[in-house]
Design a protein around this ligand. Structure first.
Ligand code: ZN
Length: 267
């Protein structure tokens, strides 16, 4: 991993939104001092393309099943993930399990709504992926939306499990609980919104070693970019905002954030 440059700790660069100009985007990222991004896994159907793009652009990646894509046959999908992890464990670009997690609002849609994912199934799918992360001694990339009590209860089953709570938007207190459990907080474009008061006051007080920086591109575009897609280039504005909130220079913050990323994911 390139230490002198910054890495976006969470960007779906395998998404179709980037199929038209991926090479151009990587050139622009290089020129801006962004070496690449960790590409998180979403569902078994997307792993092959994701691995191909990670190899082509030498990006670290994670393999996992996102709660929105919870399969009907969970044991079969988990067995497939187990085989994929085993098969690619020697690949230095495979750095984590994920993204996996819990999303309470998705469990609250009506029974016949395609967006609905039953809460119990989400928990079973996450539990199995945490067990795989422990088995292969890999960190986890977690998606955690309105579920912190349930998430922390599940994480307590796996004390050696560590990783990142990606797209963190919670309070200082919740952030410190995760940090004490071995999890960093992935801070993205939401920090640029003046309305994100809880997150902004958390980032102001949190220890810098607890933070990672991310964009979740192409999703989560900050207001200034909308309706255009988000890209890893947004990371520079997020770093600058963390520096302002922490009262430190952007250079120091950028170096520390990259150190945090390397510490967590380097194999
Ligand atoms: Zn994501």
């Amino acid at each position: 991993m390139n230490i002198s440059m910054l890495t976006d700790s969470h960007a779906h660069l395998d998404a179709i939104e980037f199929d038209g100009d991926r090479e151009q985007l990587f050139l622009e990222m290089q020129q801006a001092g962004i070496s690449g991004a960790l590409i998180p896994g979403v569902s078994p159907a997307d792993w092959a393309k994701q691995q191909q793009i990670a190899a082509a652009f030498q990006c670290p990646y994670a393999l996992g099943i996102h709660p929105w894509y919870c399969p009907t046959d969970i044991p079969a999908a988990v067995a497939l993930l187990d085989r994929q992890l085993q098969q690619h464990l020697a690949d230095p670009l495979l750095v984590a399990v994920g993204e996996c997690g819990l999303d309470k609002p998705r469990a609250k849609f009506a029974e016949d709504d395609v967006r609905r994912v039953a809460w119990e199934q989400q928990k079973v799918l996450l539990d199995a992926q945490l067990a795989l992360a422990v088995k292969y001694q890999l960190p986890v990339v977690l998606h955690a939306v309105h579920c912190h009590a349930a998430m922390q209860a599940l994480l307590q089953k796996y004390p050696s499990c560590h990783g990142v709570i990606h797209g963190f938007s919670g309070s200082y207190e919740v952030a410190m609980q995760y940090w004490q459990m071995g999890f960093r907080l992935g801070i993205g474009g939401l920090l640029l919104e003046a309305s994100a008061k809880k997150l902004r006051s958390a980032v102001k007080r949190l220890p810098l070693p607890a933070l990672l920086v991310e964009t979740d591109a192409p999703a989560m575009a900050p207001a200034a970019l909308r309706p255009a897609r988000n890209t890893p280039l947004t990371i520079l504005a997020v770093v600058a905002e963390i520096a302002i909130l922490q009262g430190k220079t952007a250079v120091l913050v950028s170096e520390q954030l990259q150190n945090n990323f390397v510490q967590l994911f380097e194999r």
